[in-house]
Design a binder for this molecule. Sequence first.
Ligand SMILES: [Cu+2]
Length: 141
Amino acid sequence: MYSCILQIRRQILSIKTRKAAKSWQQFAGEHPRPGTAQWTILFAMRRRTLITLPAAVALAACSKPAPQRYPMKGVVVSLDEKTKSANIKHERIEGWMEAMTMEFPVKDDADWQKLKPGARIQGVVVVTGDSYHLAEVQVQP
Ligand SMILES: [Cu+2]
């Protein structure tokens, strides 16, 4: 979340300076002379759209983080039918976590059907913000 705010600030700053320089040139050519009331209003209006639009776009992107996908391999230890989660002893998941045994929620029914205790599997961990689930399960012979 903190990095999101930094990202927004950076985006706003870069767009502000870039666009401000550009629109200044336009204003100089086609708009009232700087200093007049009309000019001040026009400039203020422009600046507001320049600042709020990218901020809104960045915020929307932050509140819905893009899912990260990590290939994983492991052995199914047990299954919980009620919560549709699999306890899996997984190998190191590059970029996400070290080897350990833990619960993986499974969303897709087809994936769930493939899971049996003792099965050696590979799949993809889909991480979205604070939540994650197991997908694209393949049972290894
Ligand atoms: Cu783990």
